[in-house]
Design a protein around this ligand. Structure first.
Ligand code: ADP
Length: 191
């Protein structure tokens, strides 16, 4: 059995930041849909061209596009201990499709680690990151506002879905990186 963890939270919550030490410590394969999409854009592929316009508006790319990428990474890593999904699922449909992908192989989601952060802190963090990473979708106020709206409308309903499954765990993501990392690791140690 492989383990499947979901790093959940709004944009700017620190999913990517905390994913890095987690994958190292628990020997997981990190799958960031945002990073996968950005490498498609950088490589100038057809998929990247389609995704670019949506990402820069703060919209989600179609479910089948991200699901195709996820399935590819699962298939290419049969020997890892597990996966850390970062930025996926982001819609209720994606969560249903993930369950189907896993059920067909007798696997299931092990746990959801939900980074909790208020909208005002999100905006500050994304603005700070824009100066460091130079992401186009971090630079524009309207795009940031739309990503936050998209999160509340399409992604936040997943909280209820995973609560009902009994696999949902919240972590307070306000604090310094080492503080939040310690909280995340304390939770991960319980799995
Ligand atoms: P953040 O979580 O900070 O917004 P990500 O790097 O996870 O950043 O995602 C950047 C963008 O990539 C999203 O705003 C969205 O347009 C697209 N994206 C990433 N993951 C998904 C997904 N699972 N479904 C649809 N679109 C996605």
């Amino acid at each position: 059995m492989q383990k499947y963890f979901i790093m959940f939270g709004p944009p700017g919550a620190g999913k990517g930041t905390h994913a890095a030490p987690m994958v190292k410590r628990y020997h997981l394969k990190h799958i960031s849909t945002g990073e996968l999409l950005r490498s498609e854009i950088a490589a100038g592929t057809e998929l990247g061209k389609q995704a670019k316009a949506l990402i820069e508006k703060g919209e989600l790319v179609p479910d089948e596009v991200v699901e195709g990428m996820i399935a590819g990474v699962f298939a290419a890593n049969p020997d890892v201990k597990g996966f850390l999904l970062d930025g996926f699922p982001r819609t209720v449909q994606q969560a249903i499709d993930l369950d189907e992908m896993l059920e067909s192989r007798d696997e299931y989601v092990t746990g959801v680690i939900s980074l909790m952060i208020p909208d005002e802190v999100i905006k500050e963090r994304i603005k700070g990151r824009a100066l460091i990473e130079g992401r186009a979708d971090d630079a524009n106020d309207e795009t940031i506002a739309n990503r936050i709206r998209t999160y509340h409308a399409k992604t936040e309903p997943l909280i209820e879905v995973y609560k009902q499954k009994g696999i949902y765990h919240e972590v307070d993501a306000v604090g310094t990186i080492p503080e939040v990392e310690a909280r995340v690791m304390a939770l991960m140690d319980t799995f």
